[in-house]
Ligand binder design. Sequence first.
Ligand code: MN
Length: 131
Amino acid sequence: MKLKALIIEDNEQNMYMLSFLLEKNNYEVFQAFNGLDGIKAAKEYLPDVILLDIQLPGMDGYQIARELRKRNDLNSIPIIAVTSHAMVGDREKAMASGATGYIEKPIDPDNFTQRLESYFSEELLQRRNHL
Ligand code: MN
């Protein structure tokens, strides 16, 4: 079984890029383009990791992270915020909202997966390595 990654991102190009990189690295990808769909997908698919954009229509990434952290079944899933380089304070706010880590945009395709997996627990890395 592949690891499941949920991407919550409203920008088509970023969604395409993140999906491409994850699929290339053997992840099963689920996509959501806004917070409500993202939370619904998280409940439904119980992903192993969530990539979370901050600037989204409606609910922003901070709100989404806080919502996800309220739920027992979703509480331990690593949430990686995808933050804009230009927005000072995004990271800190994301971490305060319950994110496990962050990756800055623009995404660097050469080290994206490495950055992502640096936030994985030992248990998740083990599962990843045994696929
Ligand atoms: Mn966005």
